[in-house]
Design a protein around this ligand. Structure first.
Ligand code: NIG
Ligand code: FE
Length: 394
């Protein structure tokens, strides 16, 4: 099937900027882009033609870090935090990730799919065509596999690409209290081999309330032995140089990074490890330490943005809001913010050859916006100008 979108302003993301082309055309054949460029050079094609009326076309948005599948919510803990308790205090008192673990263990795979769908629909309504979804609230082999199956099942309910990530090393389940090394034995010896057919990557939470760099290194080794890519939650609450460790292991991304150092950021640039910034978590945690954005710019570390949708630190389902927060809170430019949810988010998932730009051969995933200037996508707060979303040409 051949399709043509004409009379559009297209942001291809194919150069170092937005790759803007006025009076642009996107052509697709069987769900793949065969042309994206000026109207003058468009191929003669039979098939359906859609006049975009001058609207802006970007690549479909990519949310490259989410915990979209989870049981219940933690509005009660938020109320406790507003009354003065800290996130770490709540976690150490058996709340936090472990309270979501209890709710997730109590939910069936079908329950998890049903509760995630409204959140997924909110992202889809903003033009998201690819989403990464982590496990990490099961913390037993069966419950982690249940989460991964639920994440994969979502792709059967909606037209969206789902990239499932195994995050068994997210928190210590109560059964392993005071023996985190024994839990890591389980993660590397049993969970990763069982999760390998269901996940594309393995993540871990490198933190005082999570796992040590040495434990994360064991997780990386097992992931690689099973042919899985690696990622890391690093430098969110303290500086352990997990991000540099991840880079040395060839990680796709290190995420959060508020406490990252110049050395961490340099190691990431050298390894091509993407810095995934999560302004929703920064905002919701009322963090004041900014990620080292200037150092990232100096060293050429690629920056992506994501919602980090989760019930504890980032209960948002708006990637557009993340664009605005990244600009207002982190001072990202319009170009950096928009590349962060397209081309660089694709790189953070290892899908740079497949999605993230409007270029020949890539999936025809488009977001068509009722805006003229791309800056409007970053500028608005709580307003969604999506006109149409196209996944694989449909
Ligand atoms: O990305 N940092 C660890 N994981 C999540 C929070 C999970 C939770 O509190 O439920 C995050 O912020
Ligand atoms: Fe996260």
């Amino acid at each position: 099937m051949e399709q043509l979108w004409t009379n559009a302003r297209i942001a291809t993301m194919a150069d170092d900027g937005l790759g803007l082309i006025d009076d642009g055309v996107v052509a697709a054949k069987d769900g793949r882009i065969v042309y994206a460029g000026p109207a003058g050079g468009a191929p003669a094609m039979a098939g359906t033609v859609q006049d975009c009326g001058g609207r802006l076309i970007t690549p479909g948005l990519i949310d490259c870090h989410t915990h979209l599948v989870h049981g219940a919510n933690r509005a009660n803990e938020w109320a406790m935090r507003l009354a003065g308790a800290s996130y770490e205090e709540i976690a150490r008192a058996g709340g936090g990730i472990v309270s979501t673990m209890r709710a997730t263990r109590g939910a069936s795979e079908a329950d998890l799919v049903a509760s995630a769908l409204p959140r997924l629909d909110a992202l889809i309504a903003e033009g998201v065509t690819t989403i990464e979804i982590k496990s990490g609230y099961g913390l037993s082999t069966d419950d982690e596999l249940k989460m991964l199956r639920a994440a994969r099942a979502l792709a059967g309910h909606r037209k969206i690409r789902v990239e499932p990530t195994f995050l068994g090393a997210h928190a210590l389940p109560p059964e392993y209290k005071d023996d985190s090394d024994a839990y890591i034995d389980l993660v590397v010896g049993e969970m990763i081999p069982a999760a390998a057919p269901l996940a594309t990557a393995v993540d871990a939470f490198c933190e005082g309330i999570g796992f040590s760099p040495a434990q994360c290194e064991r997780v990386f080794a097992a992931a690689k032995a099973h042919g899985l890519k690696i990622k890391l939650h690093a430098e969110q609450l303290s500086a352990l140089s997990g991000s540099a460790l991840a880079a040395r292991h060839g990680a796709l991304s290190a995420d959060h990074l508020e406490h990252a150092t110049e050395d961490d950021v340099r190691a990431m640039a050298e390894a091509g490890t993407v810095a995934v910034l999560l302004p929703g978590a920064y905002y919701f945690m009322r963090e004041t330490k900014l990620p080292p954005i200037d150092a990232m710019r100096r060293h050429g570390t690629r920056i992506a943005l994501a919602t980090d949708n989760n019930p504890g630190t980032s209960p948002t389902t708006s990637l557009l809001l993340m664009l605005n927060m990244a600009a207002t809170l982190f001072r990202l430019t319009v170009v950096e913010a928009l590349r962060g949810v397209t081309v660089n988010a694709a790189a953070a998932l290892g899908l740079g050859a497949e999605i993230g730009t409007l270029e020949n051969g890539k999936a025809c995933d488009l977001a068509i916006w009722d805006v003229g200037d791309p800056a409007e996508l970053v500028y608005r707060i709580g307003f969604n100008p999506l006109h149409q979303r196209i996944k694989d040409g449909q």
